[in-house]
Ligand binder design. Structure first.
Ligand code: ADP
Length: 221
């Protein structure tokens, strides 16, 4: 663990007095697994991927803007964004990616802030897969927690979890920050290369540390 930074940052938006940890890691590193272990111990976990999914689900707040920008053909009969079609579109067309992000990013930030404000847990964890490389999220959190494992293990887990080929996993990894860049940005690191018997104690140590830090983050009057 590095030195503790507990001072409130003047450049931050809302949620004064809430201690916020940004949890990140490459695909298959174990972000969700680790976030769930923190949640079981009482942290409030807000996952930007889950928020993005909700925004593009039937009745989601992003649907009308997506329909206006991309057309009805990107909306399924049930009212959700057609994910497979949109994935292909943004992969083939960088402008489409920019347009989609222009719709989603402000809504994701707003929803995350709303959820953080509502949270009554002692501290909040934002799960942000692409935190390293995002100036906004790096500034928004008080600490960066990186879930790390060797790349070979990431590849193996994702091939198994998503029934993907090695090449497909490598293509996704190529769009993410490098392992070295993530580790360089980390305040804390959870090494997730063994079983739960080593992961759980590592999470418990950090949880105790975050509880102690959050006690210094009392709301400003
Ligand atoms: P991420 O959210 O970073 O993509 P996940 O938490 O979904 O990663 O983990 C990727 C896959 O690897 C999942 O199927 C998960 O169950 C498995 N996994 C993660 N950590 C471990 C571990 N320590 N031991 C065994 N399986 C694990």
């Amino acid at each position: 663990m590095r030195d503790v930074h507990t001072e409130a940052r003047p450049d931050l938006p809302a949620t004064p007095g809430k201690f916020i940890v940004g949890l990140t890691g490459g695909i298959g590193s174990g972000k969700t697994t680790v976030a769930n272990l923190f949640a079981e111990r009482g942290a409030a976990v807000i996952d930007t991927d889950v928020v993005a999914h909700q925004l593009t689900a039937p009745g989601g707040l992003a649907i009308s803007a997506i329909r206006d920008t991309f057309g009805e053909t990107f909306i399924n009969a049930d009212g959700a964004m057609d994910r497979a079609k949109m994935r292909a579109q943004v992969f083939a067309n960088p402008d489409a990616k920019t347009q989609l992000e222009a719709i989603l990013h402000p809504l994701i930030r707003k929803e995350v802030e709303r959820a953080a404000e509502e949270a009554s847990a002692p501290y909040v964890i934002f799960v942000v897969p692409l935190l390293v490389g995002s100036d906004y999220w790096q500034k928004r959190v008080s600490r960066v927690l990186v879930v790390d494992c060797p790349e070979a293990l990431q590849i193996q887990r994702v091939m198994q979890r998503n029934a993907m080929t090695r090449e497909q996993v490598l293509a996704i990894m190529a769009t993410q920050a490098t392992r070295a860049a993530r580790l360089a940005a980390a305040d804390d690191i959870v090494v997730n290369e063994g079983g739960l018997e080593t992961l759980v104690p590592a999470v418990e140590r950090l949880h105790a540390h975050y509880l102690a830090l959050s006690a210094q983050f009392l709301p400003r009057k």
